[in-house]
Design a protein around this ligand. Structure first.
Ligand code: SF4
Length: 397
């Protein structure tokens, strides 16, 4: 051990009482993620009394949804790349479930002792020790972020961390390790989604046929979602909470499931989410896909028809519209509207179940024989079924 390390060690030994006091004060305040008031109190304590090493500047990123997020910085050694230290101040236990701080032999118990107010105390006192013995200007610049929404997936914290630690050489997270007390070098990605099924309520006795059972629909979705689990690739999907229905003799018109999924590789996480999107109701899936950069309605509809094999939407472009019109499948008012699309879907499904195949065939015909202007009807295999060659042009009808 070097003289400097011995000095750090001695200083920290003297701080054991202060560390315990800091931990007990933090744990005693409930900071369940949705308990904004409690989270703010913990944030105040951290900023004013715990992270007080000389050379640290503190700032807050205010939130209207959660407690404020905290950011600390040090100027550090000139020319050195920053090091990021990351943590969170929220915990998973709502008020009244698991509260208080207590001593149990060598152990300390309470919400956040492990995850991760204990880790925050370790960081704060390590920095105080460094500030005391060597000075924070003698080590790499520090970028410290303590978010208030980690337990719900960091919807705000993710962006705050990205911004605050930009350019950092390394990042250390001070959540506790596992039982063996080893350093954890990577963690799984996580995601959370809520699936909502909407049906139609009806009396289960005398009007069962008039209802649409949302719980049944959700059950099928849940079965498909759970099957996305692949232990060999580190992918898990867990439907953790299900609710819905009004009474046993009512066809339920609404049901909801909350789902947690975890993955080792970002691409797997994207794939699970995409699979979830593709299984969603068409309107919801369409609006999500259309919200992606560079994805317009036609592409989104193609994804749903060709990947999810949905039969409730169809990308009706000018070629498809023209062929359908000439074949008399899309009786319309001369415009390619949603009503035209729905009539065309119904007509195609009446001839066969594969909407994707029908789309492909119509597109091919539209680009080769049933072209705009004068169609090449003599070469068209659809001619026996097509009224167009035998009727006058539309303009004179
Ligand atoms: S017969 Fe002529 S008008 Fe009819 S679909 Fe074929 S190319 Fe088009």
């Amino acid at each position: 051990m070097t003289d400097r390390e011995a000095s750090l060690d001695r200083w920290l030994e003297q701080q054991l009482g202060a560390m315990e006091e800091a931990l007990s004060s933090l744990v005693a305040i409930n900071s369940f993620t949705d308990n904004v008031e409690g989270g703010r109190k913990v944030g105040d304590l951290l900023a004013r009394e715990v992270f007080t090493a000389p050379g640290l500047e503190s700032s807050r990123v205010s939130s209207t949804r959660y407690a404020d997020h905290l950011v600390f910085r040090s100027a550090g050694k000139s020319g050195a790349d920053p090091i990021a230290l990351i943590g969170h101040l929220d915990t998973v236990f709502p008020p009244g479930t698991f509260e208080g701080y207590r001593t149990d032999g060598d152990l300390r118990r309470g919400p956040g002792v492990l995850d991760m107010k204990g880790g925050l105390v370790v960081v704060a006192f390590a920095l105080r020790a460094l500030a005391q013995v060597v000075g924070l200007d003698a080590i790499a610049p520090l970028r410290i972020v303590i978010v208030a929404d980690e337990e719900v997936g960091s919807p705000e914290g993710q962006k705050i961390i990205q911004t605050a630690i930009s350019g950092a050489r390394d990042a250390l997270v001070f959540e506790a390790g596992r039982k063996a007390d080893l350093i954890v070098t990577r963690r799984k990605g996580t995601g959370a989604v809520t699936a909502i099924a909407e049906g139609k309520a009806a009396h289960a006795g005398n009007a069962h046929h008039a209802g649409a059972n949302a719980i049944w629909a959700l059950a099928r979705f849940i079965d498909a979602a759970q099957k996305l689990t692949d232990y060999s690739r580190g992918i898990t999907v867990n439907v953790g909470i299900v609710s819905g229905g009004q009474s046993k003799n009512t066809v339920p018109d609404r049901a909801e499931a909350k789902i947690d999924f975890r993955f080792e590789h970002a691409a797997d996480g994207e794939a699970v989410f995409t699979a979830r999107v593709l299984a969603a109701p068409t309107d919801e899936a369409l609006s999500y896909l259309e919200s992606l950069p560079g994805v317009a309605h036609k592409t989104a509809a193609c994804v749903l028809v060709f990947s999810a094999r949905t039969s409730t939407t169809l990308p009706v472009d000018t070629h498809l519209f023209r062929v359908a019109d000439r074949l008399g499948l899309a009786r319309h008012d001369g415009r390619n509207t949603a009503a035209t699309r729905d009539r065309l879907i119904a007509a195609l499904l009446a001839h066969g179940p594969d909407l994707a195949l029908a789309h492909f065939v119509f597109l091919l015909v539209g680009r080769t024989t049933c072209i705009a202007g004068t169609p090449i009807c003599g070469s068209c295999f659809l001619r026996p079924h097509c009224p167009h060659p035998h009727r006058p042009p539309r303009e004179t009808q």
